[in-house]
Design a protein around this ligand. Structure first.
Ligand code: FAD
Ligand code: FES
Length: 353
């Protein structure tokens, strides 16, 4: 059995038990001690922290996200680092006002819906063995059966729905979880191990500015959770969703969002965009082309971006060009193993969320 060590999180002075084969971030999130993180697989660098005392094994940290000299200076990626003694770390623990974080827990989900919704895109609904609490936009880690690996998928259902979660999965050719399992052998009735909630990308309830949501592919999932959450409540914040795909066959849930927009004309605007097909009822161009035509400036807005990292990066630049500051933009990059190997997912240390 693995030994355990004590991790002290400064400047909070909180102490957490951490097994020697458990990432420090994981132990903290399970104990209700929130620390910033995004990908949870050693790729983005968001969880970088100072090890003030003690030894850690850096695990699977990417050498791009944690450079050699940073290791030498005593830094670690907490989503990968495992303790080799009692450890004291200095985390970036500044809590955001009004945000309640929910501790990570384990769940067993039973597949109740598994359907193809667009080209290479599946909707998966899992009925959970216990109720889950999360902030809209957060994600779960799903264990790939028979392999010692997890993959991360954003929750598309709203937090009010606590007994089941909806996930949207895109097939990556040759991908272990998607191509090798979810699109191959997974079936209704199967049981799936998962843990959550994780992630810094969630709706900031305290920000009442009009919100612009930009989703590429299955980047729609966390946006769907946020939109449903807002529209279930009675706050009068307005949301515009830009949903992008190449052709109509790559787009999904249009009927759902069109109906929502008809039901909430003052609060929700839906902009489905097709970059490679002209079709009535859809806007021509990428989400960024359409946004550019729609909004000369975004001053006074807040932006949420999610999807493939290249799209998110391009959207970040467009939003900043339209007078949004980094503090007004929240992003989730769907970083995978290829991004980790290539070092393309490392966040600027100036971007904390
Ligand atoms: C916070 C977050 C939320 C996410 N949410 C979603 C979501 O809601 N929906 C969704 O569809 N996806 C989401 N993703 C992406 C998802 O987690 C997986 O990365 C994706 O499904 C691919 O997993 P896979 O096991 O199928 O492919 P993998 O086996 O991980 O392979 C992915 C790619 O990497 C390549 N690769 C694998 N190993 C290596 C290696 N060692 N060196 C170089 N290249 C390698 C493969 O050839 C392939 O091209 C999210 C990612 C993050 C970080
Ligand atoms: S959360 Fe640790 S590197 Fe991304």
């Amino acid at each position: 059995m693995a030994g355990t060590y004590r991790v002290t999180v400064e400047p909070l002075g909180k102490e957490v038990e951490c097994a020697e084969d458990q990432p420090i971030l994981e132990a903290c999130l399970r104990a209700g001690v929130w620390l910033p993180h995004s990908c949870t697989h050693g790729t983005c660098g968001t969880c970088k922290a100072e090890v003030l005392d003690g030894d850690v094994d850096h695990g699977a940290a990417s050498s791009f996200a944690l450079l050699d000299f940073e290791r030498d200076e005593g830094k670690a990626l907490l989503c990968c680092a495992m303790p080799r003694s009692d450890v004291t770390i200095e985390g970036d623990v500044d809590a955001e006002e009004g945000v309640v974080f929910h501790p990570v827990r384990d769940f067993v989900g039973t597949v109740t819906v598994l359907e193809d919704v667009a080209v290479d895109t599946r909707r998966l609904v899992l009925e959970l063995d216990q109720e889950i609490d999360f902030n809209p936009g957060q994600y779960v880690q799903v264990t790939v059966p028979g392999k010692d690996v997890v993959r991360t998928y954003s929750i598309a259902s709203p937090p009010s729905q606590r007994n089941s979660i909806e996930l949207h999965i895109r097939r990556t050719p040759g991908g272990l979880a998607s191509d090798g399992w979810i699109f191959a052998t997974l079936a209704e009735g199967d049981r799936v191990n998962l843990a959550g909630p994780y992630g810094n990308f969630f709706l900031r309830e305290e920000r009442e500015e009009p919100a612009v949501l930009i989703a590429g592919g299955t980047g729609l999932a966390p946006m769907k959770s946020m939109i449903r959450h807002v529209l279930e409540g009675d706050c009068d914040r307005t949301i515009t969703l830009y949903q992008g795909a190449r052709t109509v066959d790559h787009l999904y849930d249009q009927e759902f969002f069109t109906a929502l927009a008809e039901r909430h004309p003052d609060r929700f605007v839906y902009r489905p965009c097709l970059s490679e097909e002209d079709r009535e009822g859809y806007l021509a161009g990428t989400v960024l082309d359409v946004l550019d035509r729609d909004k000369p400036t975004l001053s006074g807005h807040v932006g949420y971006l999610c999807g493939p990292p290249a799209m998110v990066e391009a959207a970040m630049r467009v939003l900043m060009g339209k007078r949004l500051f980094p503090r007004d933009i929240y992003r989730e990059d769907f970083l995978d193993e290829a991004a980790k190997a290539a070092g393309t997912g490392v966040r600027s240390p100036l971007l904390k969320r």
